[in-house]
Design a protein around this ligand. Structure first.
Ligand SMILES: Cc1ncc(COP(=O)(O)O)c(C=O)c1O
Length: 429
């Protein structure tokens, strides 16, 4: 009876695939899977449960996922040089919730980055944290809005004695001053939670900052922005075993039951990719973001944080108020197959969230497709022609993108070699 409707879903999926192959995607919170990681989707694991831990499951039939999950945890501990890795949260929000549910009680004070200064919604009253306490106060920032005012923050920590201070952001241009806060937090029994969702891949290869080494008690993350994917969550720490048990219960049964085993197998592959190719990828990503930022600035855009070199991450922030604001600009770019999101900027009031002045740009996905600084200059030119000169640039966008279709920094080409080798062998035999 509904076969037509099913075909329609398939049609939409094909359209999405075809369209996005032609787009320049600059959404800062996304990335693409390598072909080898992608090919693992929909395996038998997609149908299964594995509650508990490898070797100690509540379900039978988990022999093979146990092996994969164990090795993944070992690899993550090596990569991030930490004692504990919790891989069961199925998203970054889920990971934050696992922590909040075990370390925040009603009435506790928690300090966070405000939404305009980049804080994620899960750190706020309307999001996950708001379910556990309403006593949430903003971390003070310096005049530029992109850096913490450390002096004022220390004063507030000593005065308000928060249970937790949440660092890490969604609009995240520069490292957080974790080391500068470490001592005062320790003296006041304040725990530093560092949300690395955006910069996990950069941190993995020590090219942004090292939160756990600098004094963070916990690091949460999603795994699919500057890390290679799949879409999941993660909790890492060096905390004592007695505290880690709380996180364990926070992850399961606190915030998840089934932990989506097929994307877990993809995450296992992506972690190897990060271990092998992450260094070069992070270096290229940061260089690309800086190149794009300075070229956009040269074209006359109001690129944020100019006096600080624009960015040290994969992101670039633009104030596009003079061109119909973030909503108008992101729509115009989308019509030209350049995909970005509108974003509030630090000086804006909370009420601006539907019509913010800014857009946020991330270069991590186009870097993964092999684009380098020259291509960033071309993207800046296309954005300028589209927004400042009001030209239609879709054709140029599609032409540029057509040359970057293969996911780099992966084992994809090696698989091809193996396939070719085995074909040759078969032919010989
Ligand atoms: C800082 C931060 N934390 C958490 C999240 C939530 O991650 P997820 O979308 O995986 O739930 C995001 C998402 O973009 C984020 O930017």
């Amino acid at each position: 009876m509904y076969e037509k409707e099913v075909s329609e879903i398939e049609r939409q999926l094909q359209k999405q695939n075809r369209w996005r192959e032609k787009c320049i995607n600059l959404i800062a919170s996304e990335n693409v899977l390598s072909r080898r990681a992608r090919s693992l989707a929909g395996s038998d694991f997609a149908h299964r449960y594995a509650e508990g831990h490898p070797g100690k499951r509540y379900y039978r039939g988990t022999t093979y996922i146990d092996k994969i999950e164990n090795q993944l945890k070992i690899n993550l501990k090596i990569l991030f040089q930490c004692d504990h890795a919790e891989v069961r949260p199925i998203s970054g929000t889920n990971a934050n919730e696992a922590v909040f549910s075990r370390f925040v009680s009603p009435g506790d004070v928690v300090m966070v980055n405000s939404t305009p200064t980049g804080g994620h919604i899960s750190h706020h009253k309307e999001g996950s944290l708001g379910k556990f306490t309403r006593n949430i106060i903003d971390i003070p920032v310096t005049k530029d809005g992109y850096h913490m005012d450390v002096e004022k923050t220390i004063y507030l920590i000593e005065k308000a004695k928060p249970k937790i201070i949440v660092l890490g952001k969604s609009l995240f241009l520069f490292p957080e001053p974790v080391a500068e806060l470490s001592e005062v937090c320790q003296a006041n029994h304040v725990r530093i939670l560092y949300d690395a969702a955006h910069v996990l891949g950069l941190i993995a290869v020590k090219q942004f900052q090292r939160p756990l080494k600098e004094g963070a008690f916990l690091m949460t993350a999603s795994t699919h922005k500057t890390f290679f994917g799949s879409q999941r969550g993660l909790i890492l720490s060096n905390m004592e075993e007695k505290y880690w048990r709380k996180i364990d219960r926070g992850a399961f049964p606190g915030s998840s039951s089934n932990h989506h085993l097929d994307t877990l197998t993809q995450m296992a592959v992506c972690t190897y990719e990060m271990m092998e190719f992450g260094d070069q990828y992070a270096e290229d990503t940061i260089k690309n973001a800086q190149a794009l930022a300075s070229e956009l600035d040269r074209h006359g855009f109001d690129v944020q944080a100019k006096e600080f070199g624009f960015t040290q991450s994969h992101q670039v922030a633009l104030n596009v108020k003079e061109f119909r604001g973030g909503e108008g600009v992101s729509r115009t770019l989308e019509l030209n197959d350049i995909i970005v999101n509108m974003n509030m900027l630090p000086h804006e009031p909370l009420g601006n969230h539907d019509h913010p002045e800014g857009i946020r740009i991330g270069v991590q996905e186009m870097t993964r497709f092999g684009m380098r600084e020259d291509e960033m200059f071309r993207i800046a030119e296309l954005i300028k022609e589209c927004i400042i000169d009001k030209k239609v640039v879709k054709e140029g966008v599609n032409r540029l993108r057509s040359e970057y279709q293969t996911v780099r920094y992966s084992y994809d080409s090696i698989e091809k070699k193996i396939e070719t080798d085995s074909i040759k062998k078969t032919e010989k035999n």
